[in-house]
Ligand binder design. Sequence first.
Ligand SMILES: Cc1cc2nc3c(=O)[nH]c(=O)nc-3n(C[C@H](O)[C@H](O)[C@H](O)COP(=O)(O)OP(=O)(O)OC[C@H]3O[C@@H](n4cnc5c(N)ncnc54)[C@H](O)[C@@H]3O)c2cc1C
Length: 260
Amino acid sequence: MKLFSSFSNRTNVPEIQRVRHELVRRNLEVCAVERLTPHMIRVTLGGAELAGFTSPSPDDHIKIFVPGLNGATVRRDYTPRHYDPQSGTLVLDFVNHHGGPAAAWARAAQPGDRLDIGGPRGSQIISGQIDHWLLIGDETALPAICRRVEELPADTSVTTLITVPGPEDEQLFRTDARHTAHWVHRPMEEADQAQHILSVLDKLVLPDRTFVWIGAEARVAKAVRLYLQEERSVSSHWIKASGYWVKGQADASVKDVRLE
Ligand SMILES: Cc1cc2nc3c(=O)[nH]c(=O)nc-3n(C[C@H](O)[C@H](O)[C@H](O)COP(=O)(O)OP(=O)(O)OC[C@H]3O[C@@H](n4cnc5c(N)ncnc54)[C@H](O)[C@@H]3O)c2cc1C
């Protein structure tokens, strides 16, 4: 694990440490497939090549390699939802949307199938004196958000604000943190519209030293960052925003959403 830079070396603001990992490609076996919710497919992977896998940050991502529409292999980003070195298993949660080859692969996956993965190549570890976490996202960010809530130390204060299509898409959080969940229901076709999140966010109190993490469709992530900085005077040092996908574009993301 190689530390190669930090987001900020100021005191009193959170730091994001960027850590590099040796890039390893692994061929894994599908051990189990579960329809977790109507719009989420959970795939559990295993195999000897998982040895040495590491994922220190909840918002890490790996590349998965799947057949594209014309048969050529394509790569997509997915969050290591849970890695258990004891059982040698890695869990990935796939949004069941009807657009692309990765979602199609998950829909068709069966025990015994194989999947190539690469990475994580790096991790961004957020640290500092954070008194409250606000985690905002859509269904693609649910794996990263659920993981962070689960991994936060006991009694840490955390609020989640998550958009999903309906109540049956909500997930349970197992955590020792002090967690408040806000679920917003909207059709998947409206996943690029920020007002669903903004209308709830507008009513939330943001205590001092709140770190806001955002993962959503790129326009939504940007609109939420803009609102927080312009309307709520949240400093950019206290926000990490990522566009996990871009509506209308295949294999697209904006890993660090900033205002121009
Ligand atoms: C750091 C990071 C971590 C991520 N982790 C996860 C994860 O754990 N689970 C997960 O499901 N996704 C995750 N994503 C998002 C995922 O990489 C994208 O949704 C990806 O585009 C899916 O690939 P695909 O082949 O299914 O669709 P693509 O071929 O990439 O896209 C085809 C079409 O589908 C649209 N599309 C893509 N995603 C969605 C969606 N969610 N809803 C509706 N339309 C969509 C595109 O705009 C495009 O028009 C992550 C992204 C990033 C950047």
